[in-house]
Design a protein around this ligand. Structure first.
Ligand code: ATP
Ligand code: MG
Length: 285
C-alpha cells in the first residue's frame, strides 16, 4: 500500500520512492474501468479534425484548469489521442498541475503563424503520457504577450489534425485568442462554483451562445459540497436550469494528486465517477 492511499482514498500507481522523486516522468496511460469506449476509430489515420473543446472559467479560481486537465487526461485514457493547451502563456497552471516543464514557447508562432508546422508542434508540445500532449508556456511576466486570432487558429488546426481531441484551458474569456478558441470550438465547457458571482457569470456566459452551427454548451458546477455554498434549489433557480455536470469538493485529494502530477480520478472514486459522466458527454458518444 502507498502512504498516500489513506489521503487519496485508493491505491496509487507509483511507489513511495517515485512519489518523492522531483523529476517528472510522463504518467503511463491506463485503461479506465468505467470507460467502455476504445480509442476513437479516427486514430492516426484520421480523415477529419479532432474535436475542439474550450474550457472557460466563469470567474478566476473556480476550477477551469482543474476541469481542463482532468477532462483531457480522461479523454486520453478513455477515448483517444488528446492535446491540452494552456492559453495563458504567462501565468497558466496546466503544466504545473501535471508536473511538466513547458517546452520552448510557441512565441514564434504568436508572431509568425505561418511557421506553425509539424516540426514546430513536436518541439513545442510536451508528452504527459503516450496519448496526452501538452502545449503550455511560462513566458516572462514582464513581457506583453498577446496571442492573435490567426496564430491560435494555426495552432488549433495543427493540433486537431494530429489528435482526436484538443482541450483548451481558456480561463476567463478575455482577449482575441480566447475569442478565436470560443468561436472555433464545437463544445464550450463553462465552469463555475456555487458562489453568487460565479453563478451570475455562468448565466451571462451561457447567454452568449456560440454562433457556430451545431456547437454545444455545457455547464460544470465545481466544488459541489464546499462549505458555505448555496443550496441546490437556489442554485438551480439562479442558473435557470440544473448544471450539466457537478464535480465534488475534494481539496485534499486534489492537492496530493497535483503534488505527484497525476489526475485525481485515479485515486478518488467520487471524482472518477463524475469525470466519467462529464468525459463521455464531452466526447459526444
Ligand atoms: N473540486 C474541487 N475541490 C477542491 N478544490 C478544488 C476543486 N477544483 C479546484 N480546486 C482547487 O481550487 C484551486 C483553483 O483551481 P484552478 O486552478 O483549477 O482554477 P482556475 O479557474 O483555473 O483558476 P485561475 O483563474 O487562477 O486560472 C486549486 O487549488 C484547485 O486545486
Ligand atoms: Mg486556471
Amino acid at each position: 500500500m502507498n502512504l498516500l492511499d489513506p489521503i487519496l482514498g485508493g491505491p496509487t500507481a507509483r511507489s513511495d520512492a517515485a512519489s518523492r522523486t522531483p523529476v517528472r516522468r510522463p504518467f503511463a496511460p491506463r485503461p479506465l474501468a468505467d470507460a467502455a469506449d476504445p480509442a476513437s476509430p479516427a486514430g492516426d489515420g484520421r480523415t477529419r479534425p479532432g474535436k475542439l473543446i474550450a474550457v472557460v472559467g466563469a470567474r478566476g479560481g473556480v476550477g477551469a484548469t482543474t476541469v481542463a486537465v482532468h477532462l483531457a487526461a480522461w479523454l486520453s485514457e478513455a477515448r483517444g489521442r488528446t492535446a491540452l493547451v494552456d492559453l495563458d502563456l504567462q501565468g497558466g497552471t496546466v503544466a504545473l498541475a501535471l508536473r511538466l516543464k513547458p517546452g520552448p514557447m510557441p512565441r514564434e508562432a504568436v508572431e509568425a503563424p505561418d511557421r506553425v508546422d509539424d516540426l514546430f508542434m513536436e518541439r513545442a508540445t510536451v508528452a504527459a503520457s503516450e496519448r496526452l500532449a501538452v502545449l503550455a508556456a511560462e513566458e516572462p511576466i514582464k513581457d506583453a504577450v498577446e496571442v492573435g486570432g490567426p496564430a491560435v487558429q494555426a495552432l488549433l488546426d495543427r493540433l486537431q489534425l494530429r489528435h482526436d481531441y484538443a482541450v483548451v484551458d481558456v480561463g476567463r474569456p478575455q482577449g482575441r485568442a480566447a475569442r478565436a478558441v470560443l468561436e472555433a470550438a464545437s463544445l464550450r465547457v463553462l465552469v463555475g462554483d456555487a458562489s453568487r458571482p460565479s453563478l451570475r457569470d455562468l448565466v451571462r456566459l451561457r447567454a452568449a451562445a456560440p454562433s457556430r452551427p451545431g456547437a454545444r454548451v455545457m455547464t460544470v458546477l465545481n466544488r459541489l459540497g464546499a462549505p458555505g455554498e448555496l443550496a441546490m434549489a437556489d442554485l438551480v433557480r439562479t442558473l435557470g436550469e440544473p448544471p450539466s455536470h457537478c464535480l465534488p469538493y475534494r481539496p485534499v485529494p486534489l492537492a496530493v494528486a497535483a503534488g505527484i502530477g497525476e489526475p485525481v480520478f485515479r485515486h478518488c472514486r467520487r471524482f472518477r465517477e463524475a469525470m466519467a459522466w462529464l468525459g463521455a458527454d464531452a466526447a459526444g458518444r
